[in-house]
Design a protein around this ligand. Structure first.
Ligand code: MEV
Length: 322
């Protein structure tokens, strides 16, 4: 068979970050920041990779895939982790060429989950594996865990199913919300250290203050449930309030930064209904919920404090064969 290409979207965490790592629910929307992965068979017993997130091209001999714990360079770790899982599950021994294209800067909006899901989906098609979406989810989530150690899997679900999702219990519950576009403006506060470092920091805090952190997680769960209903009913004022309360709780978990706070307060001062960080914290993105008419002035307020306004469509479709 000739070349197969799949593309998968990025994600914006709306509510529930950190708590979701412990099985609590979250809400996430897929964003129009797609990664394209192409796969083609080759005779050489190796995998050639030319992926946009890597600094150079790589060749991996097939025999490495049967090593117990092969170590792949960081920039190809997600692609190779998912290839390895699929090769082992189906006892495959075929050479491949894998290439990918995507944004040079993904602002922490999910390039690793997108590339993992697009790779698995392209292989599913190329090799006629007949994997269902939920089987793809298990394989891709497993691959992300192989690389990161700890992760909730919500970003993998967003890349596979697209839309806006209620996600809980490490993927045992995935429900799509009936919504159209979300009135959201995204701002980028700058780079951060690895997500896993912030996940570990919250883990430590929970070890030290289990009662308090569990109460915070219970509040986050309640907010997710209220926001779920408010989003479906398009009650954006209420969604904004819940966004602001969430930001306070995330601050109490110690994952906020000065630059995130600066943009969040600038967006609120400009009339946003609510603004919060999105994801692990420590940098990357925030978003503001606003009246449709205020989107552009809130985008300008984000730029005035020296941050990048990121214009992206939300609630977009999940992985697809191109
Ligand atoms: C990071 O995007 C969101 C976290 O909840 C981690 C995860 O869910 O895997 C901090």
């Amino acid at each position: 068979m000739s070349k197969v290409t799949a593309s998968a979207p990025g994600k914006l965490m709306l509510f529930g970050e950190h708590a979701v790592v412990y099985g609590y629910p979250c809400l996430v929307t897929a964003v129009d920041m797609r990664v394209w992965v192409s796969v083609v068979l080759q005779k050489e017993p190796q995998i050639d990779l030319d992926v946009s997130i890597a600094s150079r091209e790589y060749t991996v001999p097939l025999r490495m895939l049967s090593e117990a714990e092969p170590s792949f360079p960081g920039d190809i770790s997600f692609v190779m982790a998912v290839v390895q899982r699929i090769f082992r599950q189906f006892n495959l021994k075929t050479g491949l060429k894998i290439s990918s294209e995507g944004p040079t800067d993904s602002y922490g909006l999910g390039s690793s989950s997108s590339v993992t899901v697009a790779t698995a989906t392209a292989l599913n098609q190329l090799l006629d594996l007949n994997l269902s979406k939920s089987e793809l989810f298990s394989i891709c989530y497993g691959a992300v865990l192989d690389v990161q150690g700890k992760a909730s899997g919500y970003d993998v679900a967003a890349a596979i199913y697209g839309g806006t999702l209620y996600y809980a219990k490490h993927g045992q519950t995935i429900r799509r919300l009936t919504v159209d576009k979300l009135p959201i403006m995204i701002g980028y506060s700058g780079n951060k250290v690895q997500t896993v470092q912030y996940v570990n920091q919250v883990y430590q805090l929970r070890q030290q203050q289990p009662e308090l952190v569990n109460h915070i997680f219970d509040l986050i769960r309640r907010i997710v449930d209220l926001a779920h209903a408010a989003i479906i009913e398009q009650k954006w004022h209420e969604v904004g309030q819940l966004v602001n309360i969430s930001q306070g709780l995330l601050d109490s978990l110690g994952v906020n930064t000065l630059s995130l706070t600066t943009i969040i307060l600038a967006a609120r001062a400009e009339g946003a209904l609510g603004a919060k960080l999105s994801g692990a914290g420590g940098g990357d993105c925030m978003f503001a919920v606003c009246d449709e008419a205020d989107l552009s002035s809130i985008g300008s307020a984000i730029e005035r404090v020296g941050s990048k306004r990121v214009d992206l469509e939300t609630n977009v479709s999940g992985v697809r064969i191109e």
